[in-house]
Design a protein around this ligand. Sequence first.
Ligand SMILES: Cc1cc2nc3c(=O)[nH]c(=O)nc-3n(C[C@H](O)[C@H](O)[C@H](O)COP(=O)(O)OP(=O)(O)OC[C@H]3O[C@@H](n4cnc5c(N)ncnc54)[C@H](O)[C@@H]3O)c2cc1C
Length: 387
Amino acid sequence: MPLALLPELSEVRDMLRKFTQRELDPISDIIDKTGDVPPIAREVLHKHGFLGMRLDPAHGGSGASLAQYCLALEEFSRSNRVFTLIMDATSGLTPMAIQQHGTAAQKAKYLPGLSDGTSYMAFGLTEPDAGSDSASMRTRAVRGDGGWIINGRKHFINGGDIADSVMVMTVTDPEKRARGGISAFIVDRGTPGFSVTRVDQTMGSEAVRLAELTFEDCFVPDTALLGEAGDGFKIAMGSLTKGRLGVASSCIGVSDKLIEMCVEQASVRTTFGQKLSERQAIQWMIADSAAELTAARALTYQTITQYEEGNDVGSAASMCKLLCSEMVGRIADRAVQVHGGMGIVRGFKVERFYRDIRHYRIGEGTSEMQRMLIARDMFKNGRVTHL
Ligand SMILES: Cc1cc2nc3c(=O)[nH]c(=O)nc-3n(C[C@H](O)[C@H](O)[C@H](O)COP(=O)(O)OP(=O)(O)OC[C@H]3O[C@@H](n4cnc5c(N)ncnc54)[C@H](O)[C@@H]3O)c2cc1C
């Protein structure tokens, strides 16, 4: 019996798989050919109720659980990472932070547009001099008349170039920093003093772009503060913990797809008069991939289930992110090998996946940072949180 995230979700997986093949794969081909995300990508997700799926129905969402969301990420990532990014921008880091910590007015202002496809949000934590060590950020917000004045620079912000609003983490008390001195603000596109100053293309899909955002005497009213002043670091870290389970799920989806492609290729390709599937060297690569995926999936599903049961999954989520992001790198590498020359031909899915998955070991906390969090928990509590 295949591993199930939650038994009641197995039918949902079938539905998601068919939807991905029927609706998303043709759009993925367009994305690969043009290097851009056509409007239909968001429209299709909207039409089928996936935009803002984790948001409360009162705000136009479907009230989906983290398990349902992660299952959708797993299935959509089999097609193209772009779809998981749209999901994140409308149901992930920033939207869920607003749902959890926002005022009634903030929820009413920002959340409905995420579900109906008219708005998009980004998450602004990283700076040129503060990546892994995000608490050393320099972006400052100081009190002004009736609000705050923000100065500083964020970079590597996914979707920052197209986002309608960004959650921006700033230092409000340099003495306290991560211990109550960092605050989160929601800054709208078009706010004077806020501009997109660079857009980076990265390894992987050309359609995925990271933006540099600059704040020069950018005034935001008190109503832009998310949560209490000083809560920003806690809010950001809480979002990232759940985000890591989303990253793990995406890695699982790509791995699953790549293994499936390897089995198909090995079953039809003949060399020296025999199918590749009959060669032990090829079998072992596929077997190693399948064994790693099964173990990583079991850990991730268990952790998601524990989250759904109300447990703090802190460093267990780090373990999932670490294991799954490192695993997908090995599986993509083996997939290229099994496909031979075809595996490195531009326009062929294996080649795109190989480039596209590299960032999973970096974004939302590098592998080294995940190890640090796990080790910290081991030394403090003698075990990993909630396993
Ligand atoms: C595709 C992608 C999307 C992203 N999207 C966003 C986004 O939407 N919003 C956002 O805010 N950020 C985003 N980021 C930024 C990402 O979170 C940072 O790149 C990441 O946290 C690492 O920071 P850095 O790049 O500055 O590397 P650095 O912190 O400079 O690290 C460089 C290397 O040193 C290692 N290292 C650092 N400190 C230690 C240590 N103490 N011990 C051992 N090793 C260490 C790191 O693990 C890494 O290998 C994104 C990044 C990528 C790749």
